[in-house]
Write a protein that binds this ligand. Sequence first.
Ligand code: DQA
Length: 146
Amino acid sequence: MNILFLNGPNLNLLGQREPEKYGLTTLADIEASVRLEAKARDVTVAFKQSNVEGELVTWIQDAKGNYDAIVINAAAYTHTSIAIRDAIAAVAIPTTEIHISNVHAREEFRHHSVIASVCRGQITGFGCFSYILGLIASVNENAKPQ
Ligand code: DQA
């Protein structure tokens, strides 16, 4: 199984950015823990981050035929990007939405996700462990009869 992990804007600043909300772990640390967990489950992963909406859209489009699942922390684009939503719908690859913080316990504008309806499910609020939960959810979905 091959899983694409996508990270949206400002997640490159994890470790320095609002540590009271997002912790002190860097995106590179998260990637390392995802790779360890993936290896133990015989899964291969690609791990990407961009601050550019169109780049994320292109990566989702290019995932067709190359990945069995997508795990996406679309960051602020979660709440605004119809383009990312439409790309997920277009490729029809099982996609899991994840967040480090609990978006429902934060400002009102974070309560709505425009991508949630085209994702298999949403994992939010478990800190960096949300990435590992996203990996496990993807593996579990992939094991279900199609
Ligand atoms: C986030 C939550 C978003 O609302 C926010 O814009 C982020 C990070 C999270 O992982 O908690 O940048 O996706």
